[in-house]
Design a protein around this ligand. Structure first.
Ligand code: FES
Ligand SMILES: [Fe+2]
Length: 346
């Protein structure tokens, strides 16, 4: 079981809405300080947030046209990480700024998210898990709701906590959700997808109040892909609702959870404040559970993954381990998930 951080994969850096034109934003990802900046043309770049001159974070500087300018001595770096100007140099002083580089990262912006590829320089990115696209919407779609929260735990516990089907009645006890009094047996079909697995399209359970407000006969499909992205796609007739959750490891003890919602159901927009509150409460309950869990994990107990309720957690670990191992051993990826039906009570 590989419990480190996966590399050669795409992670969410930040929501597009958090990075205005001509601004920068610092984010720690997998223990690396990274600065994202958006140039005057709107293009986003990401470089290591440490000036190679004296180490001050570049994010304290400003964005000047296509570059980020160090706040200390004004060296400028472009999106490829190349130094384009050293203001203190006099004519004739022979030092080529372009030879000075700060590490840069591939960046991709789509559907309201800025993604960053953390991996080896020479890695063929086309072989990596692709960024999940919401097929009902175009590239320019903006999330109706965006919520970013830090979970004070390792990414593995955050992922497993969020995908866990059995904690609902205990952790998410609310009048608008459900309690253990209404527990039912669930049977769900799962199938492998590229670098992940999917709970195949079905009608949500009768005891899920949140689905009821959608009316009609909603069907839902939930897809998990590496490194840690969960997309739920609810269809109600021709209309769509997506809940998009992407996790980014910050360090061993912190994980950033980016929760977005997208929809094209016009009347649902009236409920935006309620849906916003619902997501915050819901994620807050998950965060509370993993925060309390930390108290026990301090003692490094051995843990269990049991039967069908924990099968998705097992799949997560095997996908992650296989991704890590296939890179290390320079061989093809062997998908560890087989089509199956899982049963649990919740
Ligand atoms: S520390 Fe950045 S330019 Fe000197
Ligand atoms: Fe939860």
């Amino acid at each position: 079981m590989y419990t480190g951080f996966l590399k050669n994969v795409w992670y969410v850096g930040l929501p597009s809405s958090e990075l205005a034109v001509g601004k920068s934003q610092a984010r720690k990802i997998m223990n690396e300080p990274i600065v994202f900046f958006r140039n005057s043309k709107g293009t986003v770049s990401a470089v290591r947030d440490i000036c190679p001159h004296r180490g001050i974070p570049l994010s304290f500087g400003r964005v000047v046209e296509d570059t980020i300018e160090c706040p200390y001595h004004g060296w400028k770096f472009d999106g490829s990480g190349m130094c384009t100007e050293i203001p203190s140099l006099c004519p004739g002083q022979d030092l080529n700024p372009n030879k000075i580089k700060v590490r840069s990262y591939p960046v991709h912006e789509a559907q309201g998210l800025i993604w960053i590829f953390i991996g080896d320089k020479d890695y063929d990115m086309s072989k990596a898990p692709q960024i999940p696209v919401m097929k009902a919407f175009g590239n320019d779609v903006k999330p109706k709701l965006t919520y970013v929260v830090n979970f004070p735990c390792h990414v593995d516990h955050a992922v497993i906590g969020l995908m866990d089907p059995a904690h609902g009645p205990y952790v998410h006890k609310s009048w608008f959700w459900r309690s253990e009094k209404t527990m039912l047996e669930k049977r769900k079909k799962f199938a492998p997808v590229n670098y992940g697995f999917q709970m195949v399209r079905h009608q949500p359970s009768k005891n899920s109040k949140a689905y009821k407000i959608l009316g009609g006969t909603p069907t839902t499909e939930i897809t998990f892909t590496l490194p840690c992205i969960r997309v739920e796609h609810i269809e109600v007739g021709p209309r769509n609702f997506y809940s998009y959750t992407a996790l980014t490891p910050v360090d061993e003890k912190n994980t950033r959870v980016t929760q977005l919602a997208y929809w094209d159901i016009p009347w649902l927009t009236l409920l935006k404040p309620a849906i916003n509150q619902f997501s915050k409460t819901f994620l807050g309950q998950d965060m509370d559970a993993v925060t309390k869990q930390q108290e026990g994990l301090k003692y490094d107990p051995s843990l269990m993954l049991i039967k069908d309720a924990d099968t998705q957690a097992k799949w997560y670990y095997s996908l992650k381990t296989e991704y890590h191992d296939h890179l290390e051993q320079k061989r093809d990826f062997n998908h560890p998930v087989k089509e199956t039906e899982l049963r649990w009570r919740s």
